[in-house]
Design a protein around this ligand. Structure first.
Ligand SMILES: Cc1cc2nc3c(=O)[nH]c(=O)nc-3n(C[C@H](O)[C@H](O)[C@H](O)COP(=O)(O)O)c2cc1C
Length: 244
């Protein structure tokens, strides 16, 4: 089981990154490997808005910075942890830049069959919106969000307790295989997108549009429910294991 985290802070004294590092250490004690990527140690340039991710399924900027590697790691992960500081009652600019770069995944449910955990770090305010926003985005990418943690850095002098709760959450979610369990929100997201990309008008663009082609090639177009998509992902995952 692979956990990949992204912390959207560039601060040399980042509390989000510190929390992510401690989480990684405590997960290792449970034999769960976590890789942590941060805005501080990677180059993630702002999206230039060319739209090729939507039209062609690729980002030309991936060749110029760290995103090709981080993107690959996230797509290989079973569980994704987003750690964001609250800056001016919003996600940090670094986190928003990262999200823009993977933004096209909201059309292809690219994180289906994965779980997500959202951690926000603030001094006192703004967490409700930031946590809601991050969860909503993961959901729109097909990810089953299994936990949210709001850390108030001024109060949480001892972060160990929060991290212990996150570790237990992750261990339980893996045990229960929550990546393959659909929810009402995921079903709604799936039905909304399916109606948009799989219909008689769109089928003619199957060979031209990356997104429509993806819906057909991935098998999602034939699924009636998101639970069927997850069942499919589970089967694909098993056959990958057998091939190895
Ligand atoms: C530009 C900026 C804006 C901030 N805005 C808020 C805010 O709106 N509300 C708040 O409670 N804390 C705010 N903070 C404090 C941070 O949320 C807090 O220090 C957090 O721990 C920073 O995470 P980091 O150390 O990982 O970057 C702000 C900090 C910065 C640098």
């Amino acid at each position: 089981m692979k956990v990949v985290g992204y912390a959207g802070s560039r601060s040399a004294f980042s509390k989000s990154i510190c929390l992510g590092e401690k989480l990684k250490t405590m997960l290792r004690e449970k034999n769960i490997e976590m890789e942590l990527y941060t805005a501080r140690n990677n180059v993630v340039e702002e999206c230039r808005g060319c739209g090729k991710c939507f039209d062609e399924g690729l980002c030309p900027q991936d060749q110029e910075d760290s995103m090709e590697y981080i993107r690959k790691k996230i797509l290989e992960a079973d569980l994704i942890v987003l750690l964001s500081p609250v800056y001016l009652n919003n996600v940090s600019g670094a986190m928003k830049t990262f999200l823009d770069r993977i933004g096209s995944w909201v059309h292809t449910l690219a994180l289906s069959g994965k779980m997500g955990i959202v951690v926000t770090v603030t001094d006192q305010s703004g967490q409700e919106f930031v946590s809601y926003y991050l969860q909503k985005l993961l959901l729109q990418m097909g990810c089953n969000v299994v936990g949210e943690y709001k850390v108030v850095a001024l109060e949480e002098l001892d972060q160990e307790e929060v991290i212990e709760r996150i570790v237990s959450n992750i261990v339980k979610a893996f045990f229960d295989q929550e990546q393959y369990i659909s929810t009402a929100d995921l079903e709604n997201t799936f039905q909304y997108l399916k109606a948009r990309f799989v219909n008689a008008d769109m089928e003619q663009y199957k060979d031209e549009s990356y997104e429509i082609k993806y819906w057909y090639d991935s098998g999602m177009a034939e699924c009636e429910t998101f639970q069927e998509v997850l069942n499919l992902r589970k089967l694909q995952c098993r056959s990958d294991v057998h091939e190895v």
